[in-house]
Unconditional design. Sequence first.
Length: 224
Amino acid sequence: MVAAPQEATAARPRPLLRGWLHLAAFAVVLVAGSLLILAGKTFGQRLCLTIYVASLALLFGVSAAFHRVQWGPTGRRRMRRLDHSSIFIAIAGTYTAVAGLVLTGWTRNLVLIIVWGGAAIGIVIRQVWLDAPKWVVALPYVVVGWSALVVVPQLLHGLGVAGFLLLLAGGVAYTAGAITYALKRPDPIPHVFGYHEVFHVCTVVGAALHFVVISAIALPAANR
């Protein structure tokens, strides 16, 4: 659903707003996510929600640290690897919550195998080929992010029409971010709010939409 960050270069200084949005999102996830975990009615639900919230916190926390801290060459490459890996973990973590709350039996197991297997493969690829072209970076995230839709009927039944459409909308937002990263467009104010910041906006919008979906499932379940 999402793509990976880019380093600032000497020819193009880091935009002034680089990383701030994900830092704010990290703070929101810590608070809202903690409340969401408490909404879990059973141990299994709370476990799925904990994995989900932890994966989001990892995504935004690592991204904020990577983009806001002045790292040396070695530290920067290590943080890039962690940053890229956290994207796959967030995708799998999101589907863990969805699958754990609305799917059962073989469909739940299939989704978890697909997303975590795909995430593991993607992480290995990113560790081996850190400096891949942008389109190569973006494509695996999109593929893994949409792969769980092999069980569309079951997701539609479990989420309802509104929830399913919100899930799709979140995926579209993430995909738009990946496309923005790959094309480096739009690039509105390069030294303040560039294409990478547009990409970050897309990831936050996608995460927010999915958070709404998962909250709508978890909160009614807690009140039953």
